[in-house]
Design a protein around this ligand. Structure first.
Ligand code: CA
Length: 227
């Protein structure tokens, strides 16, 4: 499910939008100023941004400008009524769409769907593609890339990464991994999982200086991307 970051200093609006989006099944995080919004973008890697223009610390315009230097994430701006110059500036800075406050939540939801869909089509990404930072996994072609560089994985390494990634932010047990990735019972020998986790870490985490696979003590592993 898509992850949406809401950066809005009016807590009432932020909470309202957060609740409605969660109700629609999106994963949602909120930030109340521009600077922490940017930090949350970096650490959480959302799929879409809802960005108020009038923000403390860093303005929405500035957040938009900085993000566009590194990302093509869809951005929907929230603007105060009649703030035409801000609206124009936001669109110039690369925002995809805007909503004028107060707005109907149904309209925001519709625009979110359009933005997300358009973004996928623009990228030409087949269904099921997973992205986190520069890391991308495409099930249709069994490929993983970091930026423009292909990451050479064996089929088993790919399946393991894919399974963990599909359960992003959840601790997955070794037994679970064995039965779902290897597909049969290894008679209690879960060492094989640890061995393959080590291969993945060498090929991704160590090589690119990121953290993707976390050890969850006494349980197993969790996929969570950290730049
Ligand atoms: Ca504001």
């Amino acid at each position: 499910m898509s992850k949406i970051l809401v950066i809005e200093d009016e807590t009432k609006i932020a909470r309202f939008v957060e609740l409605e989006l969660k109700h629609e099944g999106y994963e949602v995080q909120t930030a109340f100023d521009g600077r922490s919004g940017l930090a949350q973008y970096e650490s959480w890697q959302p799929d879409l941004l809802i960005l108020d223009l009038m923000l403390p610390e860093l303005s929405g315009i500035e957040v938009c400008r900085r993000l566009r230097q590194q990302s093509d994430i869809p951005i929907i701006m929230l603007t105060a009524k009649d703030d035409v110059s801000d609206k124009v500036m936001g669109l110039d800075m690369g925002a995809d769409d805007y909503m004028t406050k107060p707005f109907a939540i149904e309209e925001l939801l519709a625009r979110i769907r359009v933005c997300l869909k358009k973004h996928r089509v623009d990228r030409g990404e087949p269904h099921g593609t997973l992205t986190a930072g520069k890391l991308k996994l495409t099930p249709a072609s069994y490929s993983v890339t970091y930026g423009d560089e292909p990451v050479a994985l064996t089929k088993k390494e790919f399946d393991l990464l894919h399974y963990l990634w599909q359960h992003e932010h959840a601790a997955v047990s070794r037994d679970d991994l064995l039965s779902n990735v290897w597909g049969y019972d290894f008679a209690g020998d879960t060492n094989i999982v640890d061995v393959y986790i080590r291969y993945l870490r060498q090929k991704i985490d160590d090589r690119y200086g990121v953290k993707t696979i976390h050890t969850i003590r006494a349980v197993g592993y969790m996929f969570r991307y950290e730049p």
